[in-house]
Design a protein around this ligand. Sequence first.
Ligand code: APR
Length: 310
Amino acid sequence: LTRKKISVIGAGFTGATTAFIAASKELGDVVLVDIPQVEKPTQGKALDMLEAMPVLGTDSKVTGTSDYSDTKDSDIVIITAGIARKPGMSRDDLVQTNQKVMQSVTKEVVKHSPDTTILVLTNPVDAMTYTVYKESGLPKEKVIGQSGVLDTARFCTFVAEELNVSVKDVKGFVLGGHGDDMVPLIRYSSVGGVPLDKLLDDETISGIVERTRKGGAEIVGLLGNGSAYYAPAAALVQMAEAILKDQKRLLPAIALLDGEYGYNDVYLGVPTILGENGIEKIVELDLTDSEKAELQVSKESVEKVMKVLK
Ligand code: APR
């Protein structure tokens, strides 16, 4: 049995946090990569993490580098590189800058790990995942975007707070795009198996949905400089763990649709089964007319961003 290798591209707030959580959970050895201009700080972050391992009692190696040959034969590559959203900046403003970053990073990644699985976080995530997919030449099952795990986590946080119950018992589910465009599936949300609409009135649920939609902006507003990274990193690690350990978890992921939900050639957040082969299945649910309409809005806004791609 070989040790798993996880490369995290972008050693900023999200990348470093992702690396630390993954190493702490002993998911494998972690290689943290950033641009040559910040190689020393990247090495410093990695060494600092490595020195936490004896305290945590975990065995993961953590290294920092700007040399992609160090990522050779990664089992999974997590891309967080790019420019983060500033207050007042829309995700769309980021499109072209981050597109170039995705292209250059992906080229280097697949050169050294031609069969890897890639998880993408960089925003606007649907379009960036598509960019990585095109650039990588990997099968669609192996290029996956993160948004639904984070949106669901935010939703569950607010439900648990409202009901004063353990977050462990709250299950939520969202489809569609990230943030403003997410499609919450309330009828599949529950607390300890009890449907959510039996516990909360419509108005409270709508308030929670609205706060979840604006969850990213709420953090941006509070931080004043930069965007959320703890919960996004935790979400990435959950997806990576499902793949590395072949857990076959049913999690929302941004997947390339090939007829599912009636759409083609677009990356959109849908329920998936994540295992060693990446997206092993896209789970198709019967949607109500209003859910279908919301998913259509989501898909159109992804396409609007895609038009900005060069
Ligand atoms: N190759 C490698 N790393 C790069 C490159 C590149 N071509 N371009 C930028 N980076 C690095 C930056 O040097 C920086 O260390 O990506 C890192 C980004 O980190 P932060 O600025 O701290 O941003 P972060 O908050 O981590 O967000 C990263 O995730 O949530 C999304 O919208 C967010 O797209 C943003 C991304």
